[in-house]
Design a protein around this ligand. Structure first.
Ligand SMILES: Nc1ncnc2c1ncn2[C@@H]1O[C@H](COP(=O)(O)OP(=O)(O)OP(=O)(O)O)[C@@H](O)[C@H]1O
Ligand SMILES: [Mg+2]
Length: 267
């Protein structure tokens, strides 16, 4: 008897819309434990809306199913989805003046773990994570993202990811703003999380991240949908020919679908 394997993450027929606009128009995706996937696509195609929709953005309407290890989470608020193991590293992390990095992380970890670590234990854990990610320790007592440079904000997103130990990680343009050294450190963090069994979806525009944290699958997003998926070697076409390559490929596959439909209909 074959046993059905439940994937770490799956979503089906996901639509995300504002009051007057459909932005994400039917996405199906499955990511297994330990897999890294990439999501690429032109500006404005809906990648961030898909990412924030998965995390539970309350300003958007989402329909469809989202499961973590087989448990459906689409009706849960964002903080419950976080408890279920979803993490989103934002494209544009927001500043929270008045809340220090250390206080924010302690409160988040207490919620996620269901118990407060001792101040001593927590500071030790935090210090270790700061050192591993080459973030100066003085940042712990600065207000969250307040006055941080673009690259510093992105490092801090990864610091949160490392400390929260999520099951399913979505990183929205984590590579934008990072210098070469930080990019390597971040890629190491991503690979390490995947090697411990997390599933990862990285939204990016550039090959350079994919050379360091190598995805097993690349999904190309166009007009609110995954137009098609391929292996990482396909990204070189994008680097060479831009999204025109994707548009022509998409039209080809649409033509083929139509042709095969016509063929099937004729049988
Ligand atoms: N709250 C909103 N209200 C109206 N339109 C929105 C809202 N949020 C996003 N959009 C629109 O939805 C489209 C998709 O935006 P989204 O940020 O998801 O694109 P993206 O693929 O992440 O682009 P980029 O590569 O530039 O980050 C855009 O046209 C954007 O202007
Ligand atoms: Mg975006």
């Amino acid at each position: 008897m074959t046993q059905k394997v439940i994937p770490l993450f799956s979503c089906s027929n996901v639509h995300v819309s504002t009051e007057d606009k459909d932005i994400v128009k039917g996405v199906d995706l499955t990511i297994k434990a330990g897999e890294i996937h990439a999501l690429m696509g032109p500006n404005g195609s809906g990648k961030s809306t898909f990412a924030t929709g998965l995390m539970g953005d309350p300003s958007m309407k989402l329909t469809g199913k989202i499961s973590i290890n087989g448990a459906e989470v689409q009706d849960l608020p964002a903080y419950e989805r976080a408890k279920a193991g979803i993490f989103l590293g934002f494209q544009y992390p927001v500043a929270i003046p008045g809340v220090t990095v250390a206080a924010f992380l302690r409160a988040s970890l207490t919620e996620l773990r269901g118990e407060a670590a001792s101040v001593f234990e927590f500071r030790k854990e935090l210090k270790e994570a700061f050192e591993n990610l080459d973030i100066p320790w003085k940042f712990a007592d600065r207000y969250l993202n307040d006055g941080f440079s673009g690259g510093e904000k992105k490092r801090l997103e990864i610091l949160q990811m490392v400390m929260m130990e999520p099951k399913f990680i979505i990183l929205d343009e984590i590579d934008s703003g990072l210098d070469v050294d930080a990019l390597k450190t971040v890629a190491k963090g991503i690979e390490s999380a995947a090697s411990k069994g997390a599933g990862v979806l990285m939204v990016t525009h550039y090959q350079r991240l994919l050379d360091l944290a190598v995805p097993c699958r690349v999904h190309y997003f166009m007009d609110g949908k995954i137009a098609f998926s391929d292996d990482v070697a396909s990204v070189k076409n994008l680097e060479e020919h831009g999204y025109e390559w994707l548009r022509s490929k998409f039209n080809d596959s649409k033509d083929n679908d139509e042709k095969s439909y016509i063929k099937e209909a004729a049988v």
